[in-house]
Design a protein around this ligand. Structure first.
Ligand code: ATP
Ligand code: MN
Ligand code: MN
Length: 301
């Protein structure tokens, strides 16, 4: 009898055409996760991630030999990413134009992994409207000694204060130490306006509760406090994108959660790249319905 035809290898979800080399390279040596695992994670998560990370300038944390070796933060096109990673020319303050990267499909995400990319950090504006932010982010950075419960409560406080100003916000676990409070915006205001709003908001909170919050980067003033990093909202700054992997121990990921869920969460990194199925299932459930989406503009303050 004829041998049955060999079964085609199972394709990862979100089919990609990019060839990933060195699939067995241990990118996360402490958790046995390989470059192939990371590529499959992004291929699977692409439909969830791209609405937030696609079509906006991204910087990558690249660790070509894995996270245990040298890593670097790459903002500009190095000319080696191939056809699935796109370029957008953006001028700097001096008027000099430089190419930034963006992706718009699973192939683009995986092409970045092929080039040693682990983390995706995005601008607060899209390539369609570079000068009009569509997202404001408050990155809560707790001082070393603080418990996650302090960060969680701080995030909730920001949410309430933003709500008083008529703004809906959403919590993103960074996959590291903190929580990002994400405020979707209609791309109406310019960078100066959004930055000014974010600064005034952060400074007001720090003034009201100086024992709990600081709004300046200075490490010395942070002791026992939470830095409300509003500087993510400057033109050219980035924040980690939802579902991005982190180049940290255990291959954690940045993950959207609901405000209700956040109350019962005890770490900024509950999920890793091994949890793709869980993350997909969560995104289909009611808790994350509408996460990161709100049709709103900044109030006048
Ligand atoms: P954590 O919760 O552990 O603070 P995080 O992603 O918020 O994780 P931060 O150190 O607070 O990490 O950095 C905030 C953001 O600054 C990052 O998400 C990233 O987009 C940006 N960033 C990080 N490293 C660099 C860098 N070397 N150059 C420019 N921007 C960076
Ligand atoms: Mn942070
Ligand atoms: Mn920060």
């Amino acid at each position: 009898a004829d041998a049955a035809p060999a079964a085609a290898p199972a394709a990862p979800a979100g089919a990609v055409s990019v060839n990933v080399t060195h699939r067995s390279r241990p990118i996360f040596p402490d958790s046995d996760r390989t470059k192939g695992d990371l590529a499959d994670y992004y291929a699977t998560l692409a439909p969830l991630m791209l609405p937030f990370a696609g079509n906006r300038p991204v910087s990558l944390v690249r660790c070509p030999q894995g996270r245990g070796r040298r890593c670097f933060f790459q903002k500009h096109d190095a000319g080696s990413f191939g056809e699935h990673v796109h370029r957008v020319a953006i001028r700097d303050k001096a008027g000099v134009s430089d190419d930034y990267l963006y992706v718009d499909d699973a192939d683009g995400l995986v092409a970045c992994v092929q080039m040693g990319g682990i983390e995706f950090h995005g601008w607060g504006s899209s390539v369609a409207a570079i000068e009009r932010p569509d997202r404001m982010v408050f990155d809560l950075d707790p001082d070393e000694g603080l418990a996650f419960a302090d960060t969680r409560k701080a995030a909730e406080h920001l949410k309430e204060q933003l709500a008083e100003l008529g703004l809906t916000s959403f919590p993103l676990l960074s996959g590291g130490k903190g929580v990002h409070v994400v405020v979707p915006l209609r791309p109406d205001a310019d960078w100066a306006t959004v930055k000014h709003f974010a600064e005034r908001f952060a400074r007001a909170l720090a003034t009201m509760e100086p024992d709990r919050f600081v709004a300046t980067m200075s490490k010395s003033r942070r002791a026992g406090r939470i830095f409300i990093d509003w500087l993510r909202n400057q033109r050219g700054s980035t924040a980690v994108m939802p579902y991005s992997a982190r180049a940290r121990s255990g291959a954690p990921v940045a993950a959207p959660v609901s405000w209700t869920e956040l109350r019962a969460i005890d770490t900024a990194a509950p999920w890793s790249i091994a949890d793709a199925a869980t993350l997909i299932a969560r995104a289909q459930g009611p808790a994350l319905d509408g996460w990161g989406v709100a049709d709103q503009g900044l109030p006048a303050i």
